[in-house]
Design a protein around this ligand. Structure first.
Ligand code: HEM
Length: 448
């Protein structure tokens, strides 16, 4: 399906601004994405048009808009054409780049890798990797910064739990390939010209395709429990195996989807616990009440015994969502909030804005995990919290993310106390993914 950008005349009735020549509002969004969305919402209303990151986008703000776009009952919005500016060259066949019937078939095939049995074995790898990373942080030097350490940990975890222990000497090259591909997604130059980040990303993708491709047949013959082996064996509705190219495309995207989002969210989680010591203590009591022996892995059966940890993780995802915006493109003319939206229009819904709306979240800047009790969730709009998206494309790895966050909280809080300098408020850089500009200056101290 070819989708063309609508001319400005087809969008002119939607209030908004193109901003400065050429760069539009890009610098404003880079400097302060939340403040910019709030100012534009105030000036132009919850449906408005802006020009940024090389194109014109219609922003639809608030829970009703999130439901309209993400639930997409009428199949009006393409995810592939929404995200192609970001992912087309590097993750062309990932799940997010497939639409409608093709998406449904592939999502069902991939879902097999997230059933309880595989999840149980991923948790074994997570326990090993997180346990040893947290132990190593105990002897950290005084200038230690937590964000780079967490980023390294999540990349190691994605590599091992997704690819298994068999990568051996290739592991470092694989990890570097992911670093290059992810950096290329947001590189300023969007073509693979020699010397650019995009060129390094495209080369890294070629390496990964060669590497994973050389392994598909062997994985199909063995009985490994890593995600790659599951995908090599998974079948679609008609019983056909995914082709090697499809397996490789899905693997590439899954590793990217898992690694950076978790690095960002675990970092903000630790930050909020460090500046809310009462909640840190509550979570510590919860992990200690599991009554496991020192150093024992967190068992899969005990994940549901950590409800406060899940609530606190949700609250940090609310305050700092790793995917601040979700992108789509209209494949047919439609209408929302009294405005006609033409076919081809780029659409963005905004988690960062919605998660801070004071009429939905009273005192929105306050860290309060009690916003996520079952009663509070039931009383709220279903699309007020969209850290994991929603509808048929809701994050396929959300249960994996909760499992990793709980495993992390268990190992960290049962061994160490986290504290922050007085009145500590790191600046957060939101693009391409939220991270603390100073690397997160928290202190870890072994518990007495
Ligand atoms: C805190 C961590 C995570 C956050 C905040 C997050 C967020 C999201 C969001 C917002 C979407 C929806 C995008 C859209 O509608 O266009 C999404 C989709 C997706 N995520 Fe995650 N994600 C996380 C972790 C993971 C993990 C760990 C995995 C894999 C193990 C994963 C795999 C995926 C996949 C495959 C999709 C595409 C789903 C589809 O199109 O049907 N994510 N994620």
């Amino acid at each position: 399906m070819t989708v063309r950008d609508p001319p400005l005349s087809a969008l002119a009735h939607i209030p908004g601004t193109d901003g400065w020549p050429l760069i539009g509002n890009t610098l404003r969004y880079l400097a302060d994405p939340k403040g910019t969305a709030e100012r534009f919402a105030k000036r132009y209303g919850p449906v408005h048009r802006t020009y940024s990151f090389g194109g014109r986008t219609v922003s639809l703000l608030g829970p009703d808009a999130n439901e309209f776009v993400l639930q997409d009952h009428e199949k009006l919005f393409s995810s592939k054409h929404g995200w192609e500016r970001v992912f087309a060259l590097l993750f062309p066949g990932g799940l997010i780049m497939r639409d409608f019937d093709e998406h449904r078939v592939h999502r069902k095939a991939l879902a097999v890798a997230f059933k309880p049995e595989p999840m149980r074995s991923y948790l074994e790898s997570l326990n090993r990797g997180i346990g040893s990373a947290v132990a190593a942080w105990m002897n950290a030097p005084p200038n230690f910064r937590l964000y780079p350490a967490i980023k390294k940990m999540t990349l190691d975890l994605a590599a091992v739990s997704f690819l298994g222990d068999e990568c051996g000497p290739d592991l470092d090259a694989i990890k570097q390939a992911y670093v290059d591909m992810i950096a290329a997604c947001v590189g300023v130059v969007r073509r693979p010209i020699p010397g650019t980040q995009m060129r390094r990303g495209v080369k890294a993708r070629e390496f990964m395709i060669r590497y994973l491709g050389s392994q598909v047949a062997a994985r199909r013959a063995n009985d490994g429990h890593d995600l790659f082996t599951h995908l090599c064996k998974t079948t679609t509705d008609d019983g056909a195996l995914l082709t090697p190219q499809e397996v490789l495309d899905h693997m590439s995207f899954l590793m990217m989807a898992a690694h950076d989002t978790l690095a960002s969210s675990l970092t903000s989680f630790v930050y909020f616990l460090s500046v809310n010591p009462d909640w840190q203590e509550k979570l510590r009591e919860e992990v200690c009440a599991l009554d496991l022996a020192e150093g024992e892995p967190l068992p899969y059966e005990r994940l549901d015994d950590l409800p406060l940890t899940e609530m606190a993780f949700n609250e940090s995802l609310r305050l700092i969502p790793p995917a601040p915006s979700i992108l789509r493109r209209a494949v047919r003319d439609t209408e929302f909030g009294g405005f006609r939206i033409p076919q081809g229009a780029h659409i963005a819904v905004n988690a960062l804005y919605t998660h801070h709306m004071p009429d939905v979240w009273p005192e929105p800047e306050r860290f309060d995990p009690l916003r996520f009790t079952n009663e509070a969730i039931a009383a709220r709009h279903k699309f007020a919290f969209i850290a994991f998206g929603g509808g048929a494309r809701m994050c396929l790895g959300s249960r994996f993310a909760y499992m990793q966050a709980k495993c992390f909280a268990y190992h960290l809080l049962s061994a160490e106390a986290v504290s922050a300098p007085p009145n500590y408020k790191p600046g957060w850089k939101y693009w391409p993914i939220p991270l603390p500009r100073d690397g997160l200056r928290v202190k870890l101290a072994p518990l007495q």
